[in-house]
Design a protein around this ligand. Sequence first.
Ligand code: ADP
Ligand code: MG
Length: 436
Amino acid sequence: VTSKIKDPNEDLISTEEYNLWFSQLEYHTGKENTIILSVPSAFIKDQIIQRYKKIIETEIEKILGKKLSLDFEIRQKNKEEKIEEKIIKLPERRRTLLKKDYTFDNFVIGENNAFAANACIAIANNPGKSYNPCLIYGGVGLGKTHLLQSIGNKVHDTFEDYKIVYVTAENFTNEFIQAIQNRETEKFKRKYRTVDVLLIDDIHFFVNKTETQEELFHTFNALYDSEKQMVFTCDRPVSELKNISDRLRSRFERGLNVDLQPPSFETRCAILKRKVIQRGKQVSDEVINIIAEKITTNVRDLEAALIKVIAYSELVKKQVTKEIAESLLSDMSKNVSDKKNITIETIQEKVANYFNIKQNDLRNKKRTRTISFPRQIAMYISRELTEFSTTEIGEAFGGRDHTTVMYAIQKIESKMKTDPTLHKITEHLIKEIKGE
Ligand code: ADP
Ligand code: MG
């Protein structure tokens, strides 16, 4: 019973939650209508009772077919056991930031990603010695994070004592800022300069973050000199990144740069089939083909479509037919293709025309209300109609920070609620931009 409750694959709780709270739970004894579990501390006991008691009780009832109540006991450990636990737990903790599904085994190789995937496999087999550094670039949802974390997982399995750090550029930046505030930059430096493998995801986030770039530059040099592996991902070729220091750019470009392209129809089918098996579901080939035909943008959209189809068939408890799949996906593919064709330039052009200002004004530093309000509207519409991140939108509007973009979006959203005229204006603009 406890193993079933503790089973992290049951989808009741996330892996992080499981690692944090449940991994320490042990079956203690059972009496009449009570199960007693043991926990290592009173704190953990309180947390589990508050958060999960209900879930556990329901699960027990499902398994045993009868209601049992739960009780907890704080277990006493002798010293030896404690030491043993420490040794066993360490590698687990290092792994927590890596998603365990992101492995090479789960990555379908097609002509669109073979070069990148094989480079990553070579790196994982021989960290620091094959392609160093390596930079993988490509659009959203094409598998950058999956490949990056696969390297981490593989190295972790093969080279047990290697220190692997996976971090998004955003978290790296935030951690660095925090280190400065807490006067802990030495600790920060030590953390990143003593790794064996450094994996940084989405380095386009470093745009405009001058101080963080500086810090990364030094980290890079230290690791490079000691032949430690570095792998980065970016949403575009490094040459197209604006506002990044030349010397850092040249570091990124130094090793191997490989790109990921959208998958072909055949690869899309293969990916869908793999995901179906991974989830332990069944979906007919006919339906797989329909999804692969309709969703052409990227793997993330492909997965979302598959989940939608599976969820539907499970909820209505019947096989999905060709017709049902087609109607389920019609909204999705429309939405996706809409987003694909609209550029921020088009949005800027239409908004500038509407407000009778110059397109360039939307991209410069002017802060007068006649300019800044249309600019905020254009940012809002960019977020609505394109797939660009707030960082990218900020860049397209004269290199503004992503927080500025977020502020603009929030402001327009809340203002629209109370101002029907503004609501009409944005609706009108959106229609016009979409060509409706
Ligand atoms: P990115 O970081 O480039 O935006 P992700 O790595 O997050 O993209 O990929 C999006 C989703 O698509 C993930 O769930 C990932 O597992 C899946 N995926 C991408 N490429 C493949 C592939 N070739 N085989 C299997 N799954 C893939
Ligand atoms: Mg990613």
